[in-house]
Design a protein around this ligand. Structure first.
Ligand SMILES: [Zn+2]
Ligand SMILES: [Zn+2]
Length: 427
């Protein structure tokens, strides 16, 4: 019998003569469950998560997969990103892989609440959407700095601080080209780099939430995993790793344990066009093979094991599932984008979220400020730029074509609608 089968039947009311489960398929009057006629007009509970339609209980943790895929991009699955929401109001992002910022935006969460990101390692499928969250999040209302944590590497150039310092340098034109046009307070990043060799040490402790890091083994030195503990609940995220002793030790007793699980080797050859040589290396040595994932979870024994980092298709997930089941028979989720886990001490409910694609900015977390040209001067000083060069020079200025006659009325229209005067630029 598959583990937990009886629980699956729990919602079917059993009314046998002795009050217990009746294995017989022969129906008797007493064995029939009470039948309730569904209303044809009233709303009723649905088996999906609709963002912003449910309160989070004070003792509840909700985890949403905003990316569950692979380093190769696809429309159906973004790369690694898991959002943890806690009943105390705190939210955390673990990894922010390519494509995940769109998933995050679909949840319509005020961006001030999405200001804490923990990066497991610096492969783009784990932090490739950071600049999208940084820039797009500020444009959609984050007016506090983005806080980012990540590991050191074997040398300073291989660490998080180096990568994000250079990301900020890469964004010099982007930021210079926004300063003075919008509320600029959110365009700052606070980076905390910690030693990748820390073993189960605290890297974050605020508001009753403790986040610890421990080493992972992936690609080269400088990969880590995280454990978040709050209110007697424990969430663990491996990022990428080969099975390792630290995960076995520090993920133990997790309520939700998320560990990478790569696609089965034959499918790496068939679907990814790898040679058998590289499929064997990548699928078993660089990453965690499904059979090895199962062995890890059999040792960790979480309340719910989550496998991610494979394309979860109808023709490839059966191989992943069957291979995991060779070594693990406990509770298991094969992650897909927008899978949702509601975790309490009594229950772990797994559903899919149904989201809007055509979303705009969510509600603002704090009142916005109008733009100020001082922001441009401040940014120039911060970036070491000549402030007189941040703007338009004479060459560009002489190219403006005069459409003032159609733009001035827009200012008048806004002034009348809002009830105060917006001065036309240059007046
Ligand atoms: Zn990686
Ligand atoms: Zn990866």
């Amino acid at each position: 019998m598959i583990a937990g089968t009886a629980a699956l039947y729990a919602s079917y009311p059993s009314r046998s003569v002795d009050g217990g489960f009746t294995p017989s398929l022969v129906a008797t009057a007493n064995a029939q469950p009470a039948f309730e006629v569904p209303s044809s007009t009233k709303a009723r509970e649905r088996d999906a998560y609709y963002p912003n339609s449910e309160d989070l209980r004070p003792d509840e943790m909700r985890v949403i997969a905003c990316g569950s895929g692979m380093p190769t991009t696809r429309a159906a699955q973004a790369a690694a990103c898991f959002l943890v929401e806690l009943g105390n109001g705190d939210k955390f992002l673990f990894d922010i892989g390519s494509g995940s910022a769109e998933r995050i935006s679909s949840l319509q969460i005020p961006y001030n609440y999405l200001d804490k990101v923990f990066i497991g390692h610096l492969h783009t499928d784990h932090f490739g959407a950071l600049h999208d969250l940084f820039i797009g999040g500020a444009l959609m209302g984050r007016n506090v700095p983005l806080r980012v944590w990540g590991p050191s590497g074997a040398t300073p150039e291989l660490g998080t601080a180096y990568a994000l310092d250079h990301m900020n340098k890469m964004l010099t034109w982007d930021l210079a080209g926004r300063a003075g046009y919008t509320d600029f307070r959110g365009y700052r990043m606070d980076v905390t780099e910690f030693d990748f060799k820390l073993v189960n040490e605290v890297v974050y402790q605020e508001n009753g939430v403790t986040i610890r890091t421990f080493p992972a083994i992936h690609a080269i030195d400088g990969s880590v995993s995280y454990a978040l503990e709050w209110n007697g609940l424990k969430f663990v995220f491996s990022s990428d790793t080969y099975p390792n002793k630290w995960f076995i030790e520090y993920a133990r007793d997790a309520d939700l344990a998320i560990h990478e699980c790569f696609i089965a080797v034959p499918d790496l050859v068939r679907k990814m066009k790898f040679t058998p040589e590289s499929a064997l290396l990548v699928g078993t040595q660089v990453h965690t093979a499904p059979e090895a994932f199962g062995k890890v979870m059999s040792a960790v024994k979480p309340r719910m094991a989550v496998a991610y980092h494979f394309f979860n298709d109808f023709d490839t997930s059966p191989a992943v599932f069957e291979r995991i089941r060779r070594t693990y028979d406990g509770p298991l989720s094969l992650a897909n984008d927008f899978m949702v886990w509601n975790v309490t001490k009594e229950d772990i409910r797994v559903r899919m979220a149904v989201v809007d694609d055509h979303t705009w900015a969510p509600p603002l977390g704090a009142p916005p400020q109008p733009p100020s040209l001082q922001d441009r001067k401040d940014f120039a000083a911060r970036a070491g730029l000549d402030a007189s060069k941040v703007g338009f020079g004479e060459f560009t200025k002489q190219g403006f074509w005069d459409v003032d006659d159609v733009l001035r009325p827009i200012y008048q229209e806004a002034s009348e609608a809002v009830g105060r005067e917006f001065k036309y630029p240059g007046d």
